[in-house]
Ligand binder design. Structure first.
Ligand code: AHR
Length: 528
């Protein structure tokens, strides 16, 4: 970027031209402990498990394996999950849910049918179902987030599943659960009303008005069974849909009063190979969030509601290489086994920053998915592998706590060439992309700063200027970086992309932190 352009940007950001000229290079981050963006709902750091490929079978459940416990759960995956501490996991789909009969997956396993699963053209043995999932969640310390089938399913079958899961006893479906050996109700609080119903690929795809009415009916019946539910309507499955935003408006005009939230999905691609553009895509995701908020608030006005909806970003990740979705009528076929590299991990880090910055309205978000299928964890018959994207996700889970701070960030920017036409962020005038992408949280006595450095060539300095609370001690300072953006971990070379310790900045009210080129870094500090 030219010196002149930085000066212009810096003036817009409130710096004098003289300062801007003198400051070419370092970014400045104002961290004021009194300025809160939102209380962090930890469910923002959730994940997703679908009956797809080897996610369930061979991922979390593999009876007969030397690695399985007495329930058939993979012990190595259980250990990884316990360490990660994922707060919530969405299940059972995804596209799978729109053709799923939940009754096939409960009761004595020998009586469960082997079915031809039509979303992914696979064989579903139904040996793992709702009860096994809830048990697995309890074993790893996560909350289940269940999706109901509003494709081939009905509002009645959705309400029946709520009754099966959440009523203690004395009714048809709760007594069925009791007869299956689960005396205590599962008490599942948060539910998705179907999945991606705007997509032509979706079993039972329908128009927005049809879906909105079905969702409203399902929501009313489900709430009659359990008043305490949180319900999420299906929003647009991608900003690339021709119905983007119109779908959301029409759906909400039918069901605004019945639901609490609307869903968003996003999968990134680097098919044009431009890393500078790729690493800016988390900003597009923030724009998507803002656009959906605008629709929610527009409909809120139209229906004269005092209720403000929140957002559930219940599928997001990088996904563009392993795209084929034909399971060829096999059990646990190898599908969507995306291999993640360093640049993917950097974008995942940037996305976590973006979600933190949007935490005021986004309460739930799910990295899609958790194991084997577009996932941070991969299993072989003998081991589990941490892919590159595992690390930024693990840092967020470990360090992001308390309140998300409203930071003041001044950074040099770069400009991308204008992208092609089409809905969903393309064809727009180029906007400056800051080299430095920053988010921070603060909790009692501690603070955490996450930085994506989009500069592909140079190390950069970040000057952290603290107001109110000031760090007294650096507790952790790490980075994920490397010379090769395409480097990836494998079972043969599991440590090609792993965190490295980074020189910690000296503590004080002004701290100069050097972050490497092409990096995602975390600074965890104890406050004085
Ligand atoms: O996560 C993979 C698939 O992506 C899900 O099944 C679907 O909801 C989305 O299109």
């Amino acid at each position: 970027m030219s010196r002149r352009r930085f000066a212009k940007h810096a003036v817009a950001a409130g710096l004098s031209v003289a300062m801007a000229k003198a400051q070419r290079g370092p970014a400045r981050v104002l961290v004021d402990g009194r300025r809160t963006k939102a209380e962090l709902d930890r469910r923002l750091l959730g994940s997703f498990l679908e009956h797809l490929g080897r996610a369930v079978y061979q991922g979390v459940y593999e009876p007969g394996s030397a690695l399985a416990d007495e329930k058939g759960f993979r012990k190595d995956v259980l250990a990884e999950m316990r360490e990660l501490k994922v707060p919530v996991i969405r299940y059972p789909g995804g596209n799978f849910v729109s053709g799923y009969n939940w009754l096939d997956g409960v009761g004595p396993s020998k009586h469960r049918p082997r079915v031809l699963e039509r979303a992914w053209n696979s064989i579903e043995t139904n040996q793992f179902g709702t009860n096994e999932f809830v048990e697995w969640c309890r074993a790893v310390g996560t909350e289940p987030l269940l999706a109901t089938n509003l494709g081939t399913g009905t509002p009645e079958s959705s309400a029946a599943l709520v009754e099966y899961c959440n009523i203690e006893k004395g009714t048809k479906w709760s007594d069925l659960r009791q007869s299956h050996g689960y005396a205590a109700p599962h008490r599942v609080k948060t539910w998705c009303l179907g999945n991606e119903m705007d997509g032509r690929w979706q079993i039972g795809h329908m128009t927005a008005v049809e879906y909105g009415r079905k969702a409203a009916d399902a929501a009313r019946q489900m709430r009659t069974v359990d008043r305490g539910l949180e319900l999420i309507a299906c929003g647009s499955s991608s900003p690339g849909m021709v119905t983007y935003l119109e779908w959301d408006r029409q759906v909400l005009e039918e069901c605004y009063n019945e639901v609490d939230a609307i869903s968003l999905h996003r999968y990134y691609s680097n098919s044009d190979g431009n890393a500078s553009r790729y690493l800016s895509l988390n900003l597009e995701l923030e724009r998507q969030i803002q656009e959906i908020i605008a629709v929610c608030d527009y409909v809120r006005g139209r229906v004269r509601s005092s209720k403000r909806l929140w957002l559930s970003f219940d599928e997001w990740n990088v996904w563009y290489r392993a795209r084929g979705g034909d399971g060829k009528r096999q059990e646990a076929p190898r599908l969507l086994e995306e291999v993640y590299n360093l640049e993917d991990a950097l974008l995942v880090g940037g996305t976590l920053n973006a979600l933190l910055r949007q935490a005021e309205r986004v309460r739930v978000a799910c990295l899609a998915q958790i194991v084997n299928v577009i996932a941070p964890l991969m299993t072989s018959s003998t081991q589990v592998l941490r892919q590159s994207i595992y690390y930024p996700y693990a840092w967020a889970l470990k360090y992001a706590k308390g309140r998300v701070l409203d930071l003041g960030v001044e950074s040099e920017t770069y400009t991308l060439p204008r992208a092609g036409g089409g809905p969903g962020g393309q064809g727009r005038a180029p906007e400056p992309v800051p080299y430095m992408d920053v988010a921070a949280t603060m909790d009692a006595g501690e603070c955490c700063v996450f930085v994506l450095n989009r500069d592909l060539e140079a190390e950069r300095e970040v000057e952290l200027v603290w107001h109110d609370a000031t760090p007294a001690k650096v507790l952790a300072c790490e980075t994920l970086t490397g010379a090769d953006l395409k480097a990836a971990n494998s079972f043969e070379q599991p440590r090609r992309v792993v965190p490295q310790r980074l020189e910690a900045p000296r503590v004080g009210s002004r701290m100069t932190w050097k972050v490497p080129a092409r990096s995602y870094s975390v600074l965890h500090a104890g406050l004085g």
